[in-house]
Design a binder for this molecule. Structure first.
Ligand code: GDP
Length: 445
C-alpha cells in the first residue's frame, strides 16, 4: 500500500537509535541520512526532503532531545511533528459560502479522479445535510458527461448538463448556467467537474481559469493522482500558476504509490490537502487529517511502544536496583512478580529482541516461555499478605492452604512457586556476584 515501504524504512531507521543517554552528532547525522534516503526513494520532492531533514537534524541536536529521558522516542516525535507540518499542519475543512450556493470547482489532469471525486464529494455532502448539484463542464472527454450522470445517480444527486446533441458546447457557459440553476432550485452547493488533459497544456489551463473567473468558486480543488510520483510537483505548480487552487485532493491513495506526491504537494504549493480518495467506490473517500496521515506513515504507536518495551524490559536502573537488593538480600516475592510482569509488559518480546544484537539464545528461551505461568504466579503472590511476600519463611502449611484457596490453585502449585522463587533468589545472588544471569523460571541464559 501507499507509504508501506517508507513506513518500513523509517521504522528500521529508528531501531538503530540508542534509547538511553545522549545522542552524538554522528548518531543524529546517520539517522537523518537514512530518513533522507527513505524519503527520496519514496519520490518525495528534493526541496521538501532537504527542508524536512534540515529541520529534523536541527531539532534532534538541540536540547529537547538531549534533555529527554528517551532520546530515541524524542527523535521519533520530532519526525512525526515535522511530517504533520509538511502535510499541512492543522486539518483544513471545506469552506462554505456565507450566501449559498457554495461553488466548488474541480481541476486536474485527465484520469486524476475528478469525476469520481465529484460523486464522492456529493455523497459526502448529502450525508452532512447539504443539497449539492453536480455540473458537467467536462465537454472534452467523450464519455465524461455520462460518467458524471452515473456517479450522480449513485450518490442520489442531480446533474446539470448541456442538452444532448448540443454536446460540443461551451464549458464556461455550462458552468455559469449550472450555478444559476443551483440558485433557482435552491441547491446549497454546486460541484463543477472540469476537463483535464493527459498532460499540462496552455489551452486546458485557460479553459479552467475562465471557468474559475466566470463562477467565482469558494473552493477550487486540485485533484491529483498519488501514483504519478515525481511528476506531482511539476503538475501541481503548473495548475497553481494556471488556475490556482484553494485545496488539494489526493486520489488513489489505495494504490501502490510510494507516497511522494502526498508528501510534496502541500508543502510545495502551500495549499492544504482537504480530502483523500482511497478507491473507486463512492465511499472510498475521507477528509484529510495531517496528523493521522503522519502517524500512519510512522506507525507511531508501534514504534513508540517498541522503544518503550525495549526500555522497560532492559531498564538499567531497574536492574541496578534489583542488584542492590540482591546484595542486601532483600529480593522478595514482590520483586519476583515485578520481574515476571516486566517480561509480560514487554508483550511482543520476540519482535523486540530482533533489535538486540546477539539475543539469539535468549530468544530461544522465550520460545519456551509460557504466558499463563505469569498469570498463575500473579494469582498466588497476590493472595499472600505483604509480610509473607517479604519473607517466605512465614509460609507454613496452613498459610499455604489459605493462599491456594485464595488464588484458586493447589497447595502443590504454591509450593512449587515458593521453591522456584527461592531458587531464583539464590541464582540472582550469583548474578549479583558476577555469575551467569538467569531469568526466573527460565533456566540460565
Ligand atoms: P477524471 O478524468 O479526472 O475525471 O478521472 P476519473 O474520475 O474518470 O477517474 C479515472 C479512473 O481512476 C477511473 O477508472 C476511476 O475509477 C479511477 N479512480 C478514481 N479515484 C480513484 C481512487 O481513489 N482509487 C482508485 N484505485 N481508483 C480511482
Amino acid at each position: 500500500a501507499t507509504f508501506g515501504t517508507l513506513s518500513d524504512r523509517l521504522a528500521e531507521t529508528f531501531k538503530h537509535l540508542r534509547t538511553k543517554g545522549k545522542l552524538s552528532a554522528s548518531d543524529v547525522d546517520g539517522t537523518v541520512r537514512e530518513i533522507r534516503r527513505a524519503l527520496l526513494d519514496a519520490d518525495v520532492a528534493l526541496p521538501v526532503v532537504k527542508d524536512f531533514t534540515a529541520k529534523v537534524r536541527e531539532r534532534a541536536l538541540g536540547d529537547e532531545v538531549n534533555q529527554a529521558l528517551n532520546p530515541a522516542q524524542q527523535v521519533v516525535q520530532i519526525v512525526n511533528e515535522e511530517l504533520v507540518a509538511i502535510l499541512g499542519g492543522q486539518q483544513r475543512r471545506l469552506q462554505f459560502a456565507k450566501n449559498p450556493p457554495t461553488v466548488i470547482m474541480l481541476a486536474g489532469l485527465q484520469g486524476a479522479g475528478k469525476t469520481t471525486l465529484a460523486g464522492k464529494l456529493a455523497k459526502h455532502l448529502v450525508k452532512e445535510g447539504h443539497t449539492p448539484l453536480l455540473v458537467a463542464s467536462d465537454l472534452q472527454r467523450p464519455n465524461a458527461v455520462n460518467q458524471l450522470q452515473v456517479v450522480g445517480s449513485q450518490a442520489g444527486v442531480p446533474v446539470y448538463a448541456p442538452e444532448p446533441g448540443n454536446g460540443v458546447g461551451d464549458p464556461v457557459r455550462v458552468a455559469k448556467d449550472g450555478v444559476a440553476q443551483a440558485e433557482r432550485s435552491q441547491h446549497d452547493v454546486v460541484i463543477i467537474d472540469t476537463a483535464g488533459r493527459l498532460g499540462v497544456d496552455a489551452e486546458l489551463m485557460k479553459q479552467a481559469s475562465n471557468i474559475r473567473k466566470a463562477t467565482n468558486p469558494d473552493e477550487v480543488l486540485f485533484v491529483i493522482d498519488a501514483m504519478i510520483g515525481q511528476d506531482a510537483v511539476a503538475t501541481a505548480k503548473a495548475f497553481q500558476d494556471g488556475v490556482d487552487f484553494t485545496g488539494v485532493v489526493l486520489s488513489k491513495l489505495d494504490g501502490d504509490a510510494r507516497g511522494g506526491a502526498a508528501l510534496s504537494v502541500a508543502s510545495v504549493t502551500g495549499r492544504p490537502i482537504i480530502f483523500a480518495s482511497t478507491g473507486e467506490g463512492l465511499d472510498d473517500f475521507e477528509p484529510f487529517h495531517p496528523d493521522r496521515m503522519a502517524s500512519r506513515i510512522l506507525d507511531l504507536g508501534d514504534i513508540l511502544t517498541l522503544i518503550e518495551q525495549a526500555q522497560q524490559a532492559f531498564d538499567e536502573e531497574e536492574a541496578m536496583k534489583v542488584a542492590e537488593k540482591l546484595a542486601s538480600e532483600q529480593f522478595t516475592l514482590d520483586d519476583f512478580l515485578k520481574q515476571m510482569q516486566q517480561l509480560r509488559g514487554a508483550g511482543n518480546i520476540k519482535k523486540m529482541l530482533g533489535m538486540l544484537p546477539g539475543a539469539g539464545g535468549l530468544r530461544q528461551q522465550l520460545d519456551q516461555f509460557d504466558e499463563r505461568e505469569i498469570v498463575r504466579t500473579e494469582a498466588i503472590i497476590q493472595s499472600m499478605t505483604p509480610a509473607e511476600r517479604q519473607n517466605t519463611k512465614l509460609l507454613n502449611g496452613s498459610r499455604r492452604l489459605r493462599i491456594a484457596k485464595g488464588s484458586g490453585m493447589t497447595v502443590t502449585d504454591v509450593n512449587q512457586l515458593v521453591q522456584r522463587f527461592e531458587q531464583a533468589a539464590k541464582m540472582m545472588k550469583t548474578v549479583a556476584r558476577g555469575g551467569t544471569p538467569q531469568i526466573p523460571g527460565m533456566g540460565p541464559i
